[in-house]
Design a protein around this ligand. Structure first.
Ligand code: NOJ
Length: 563
């Protein structure tokens, strides 16, 4: 019999659809770099079962969900950002059954699960790329990638002057079936990561299936890798400034990045997410890794029918300086929050030098100054309107490991730059959980089991068991900040109002629609000398010792306003 009354589930779903405050707008997500989180099998490499075992720890920390770095079948030339199969789990990390257990456990704890989807490129071991290598120039198989003839009389020069983001040319020449040197293929990253040709409808259709595969398995959304990539200028012409392309790791080549067609893909993916939301009322999220020149360009990616959010990296790249922070925060609020989306703040991730080291002196153990600033930056980020992402180990105050020996480095950038750029291994060293010596509880293997990157002895000081036991630790600061964030409506979605502060100090009030007197004030002293606090009372929370009425150097604090 047809029942005309909606079930409770349908009502909840409808309410959620109509709810104008979707969870992602001010969520705090924890980035799990799976291979370095927790190893359940003893092979020295973190895995999905390890992530499941760590969920209660993350729940206690108070994050709303996790983003899992790629765990798909991959030869691991770029630690999973070279995907050989998009709808499975690499045996290194577990299997689909383990993935299901992980998402079910997260759901039980009320935590969201985001996957990392890599649509710009795949692995040279992806079956379609293997078919392309075996097929002839001009074939349908080659049309799924960017194959082109070389320049020069014998085609021995690359088809254009583009540089790979990882160093060296963006083209590699193949050997054809007859054994002769043949066409070239495009890879904006490592040669093991051929770029897809999104002008071929088959590619778009394939990614539709990938999205649906994981959405059907219950994920809450995706972090989208290289979201300003995908399309290249159709004629693949020379870059106007190849020197600039080679100098920076930013996506500056205007013919290789940020092409207008990419926005159609995000509109389509958003529609797919909305389709799932309409079915069950659960909001799905697309958060893009968007590297574009200005906050205005960035804003185009988060228009209401495109990506829900995009990481705002300008905060991460701002130097420790009140004016620089104020400028980037102001631009983000004006240009991005102006689209109706919220800003997605980030201070650390698996590609960047950790804040403790970035803001401090370059010593192996990190410096006290860097740690004080990193704590202050964390409180600042957690007080800003919008979403925030915490990279694993950030909550422990881990410094970058700056002295890894050359022979253990795995980042393709190191190889591709002739061993000049030691950039991304130092923030990927496996987490310390307990104990006095490596592996610090990271791997369940027998005594002496070796994590895939060596952990320095001083990681003992940062182990999670010590952090939890010490109320002055980074961990407690993050946990207390997250607890206040979930309790105080002032810290939710909304705007911020700048305070007049002395040079070197940043201050703002949060709390839309509240009396100013109920607002939450956050202030950061970027200098080293103390300054009068903007609010006279004792702070609710401070990143370091903070007596009433004073804001010490390299310190941030939160107060309920008494202005
Ligand atoms: C961005 C990812 O964060 C990085 O780790 C990866 O190497 C590149 N995209 C290429 O996929």
């Amino acid at each position: 019999m047809h029942n005309c009354c909606p079930s409770q589930r349908q009502v909840n779903g409808l309410n959620n659809v109509l709810n104008r405050h979707p969870w992602w707008r001010d969520a705090v997500i924890y980035q799990v770099y799976v291979r370095s989180f927790l190893d359940s099998t003893g092979d020295g490499i973190g895995d999905l079962a390890g992530v499941r075992a760590g969920l209660p720890y993350l729940k206690k920390l108070g994050v709303d969900g996790i983003w899992l770095s790629p765990f798909y079948p991959s030869p691991q030339h770029d630690h999973g950002y070279d995907v050989a199969g998009y709808c499975d789990v690499d045996p290194l990390f577990g299997d689909l059954a383990e993935f299901d257990l992980l998402t079910a456990a997260a759901r039980r704890l009320g935590m969201k699960v985001l996957l990392d989807i890599v649509p710009n490129h795949c692995s040279d071991e992806h079956p379609w790329f293997r078919q392309a290598l075996a097929a002839a120039p001009g074939s349908r198989e080659r049309g799924r990638f960017h194959f082109a003839d070389g320049r020069g009389p014998d085609g021995s020069e690359p088809p254009n002057n583009w540089h790979s983001m990882f160093g060296g040319p963006a083209w590699t020449r193949v050997t054809e079936a007859d054994g002769r040197p043949g066409q070239w293929y495009l890879h904006m990253f490592a040669p093991e990561q051929p770029d897809w040709n999104w002008r071929t409808p088959e590619v778009a259709a394939e990614f539709d299936q990938v999205l649906r595969f994981w959405l059907d398995r219950g994920v809450d959304g995706f972090r989208v890798d290289v979201a300003a990539g995908l399309f290249k200028h159709p004629e693949l012409p020379d870059s106007p400034d190849p020197e600039a392309d080679a100098r920076t790791r930013d996506s500056v080549n205007p013919l290789a990045w940020n092409q207008p067609e990419v926005h159609d893909v995000w509109r389509h993916w958003r529609a797919v997410c909305e389709e799932y939301t309409a079915r069950d009322g659960r909001e799905r999220l697309l958060v893009g890794e968007v590297s574009v020149p200005t906050a205005r360009d960035h804003a185009l990616y988060v228009r209401p029918d495109e990506l829900h959010q995009a990481f705002f990296f300008d905060l991460l790249s701002a130097p420790w300086n009140a004016d620089a922070f104020r400028k980037v925060i102001g631009e983000a609020m004006q240009d991005i929050a102006g689209t109706g989306s919220t800003v997605t703040w980030v201070l650390n991730n698996h590609d960047q030098v950790r804040t403790v080291t970035r803001y401090g002196e370059p010593t192996p153990e990190g410096s006290g100054l860097g740690a004080a600033r990193a704590r202050a930056a964390a409180l600042l980020m957690l007080a800003l309107p919008g979403a925030a992402y915490i990279y694993q180990g950030e909550e422990l105050g881990l410094p970058e490991v700056v002295d890894l020996p050359d022979d253990v480095l795995t980042d393709p950038i190191f190889r591709r730059t002739g061993s000049r750029a030691r950039i991304r291994d130092g923030c990927r060293v496996p987490l310390p959980w307990s104990g006095q010596a490596s592996p610090f509880g990271f791997t369940s293997g027998a005594e002496g089991a070796r994590p895939w990157l060596p952990q320095p002895d001083y990681f003992a000081e940062y182990a999670t068991d010590r952090a939890l036991a010490d109320t002055r630790s980074f961990w407690h600061l993050y946990r207390d900040g997250l607890q206040l964030r979930s309790r105080l409506p002032q810290l939710g979605d909304g705007a911020l109002e700048w305070l007049d502060t002395p040079p070197g100090v940043l201050g703002f009030v949060r709390g839309d629609g509240l009396n100013r007197g109920d607002g939450l004030v956050c202030a950061v002293n970027f200098g080293t000398a103390p300054t009068p606090a903007p609010v006279s009372g004792t702070p609710l929370l401070a990143s370091g010792p903070c007596p009433a009425g004073v804001l010490p150097g390299s310190t941030a604090a939160w107060w309920i306003n008494d202005l």
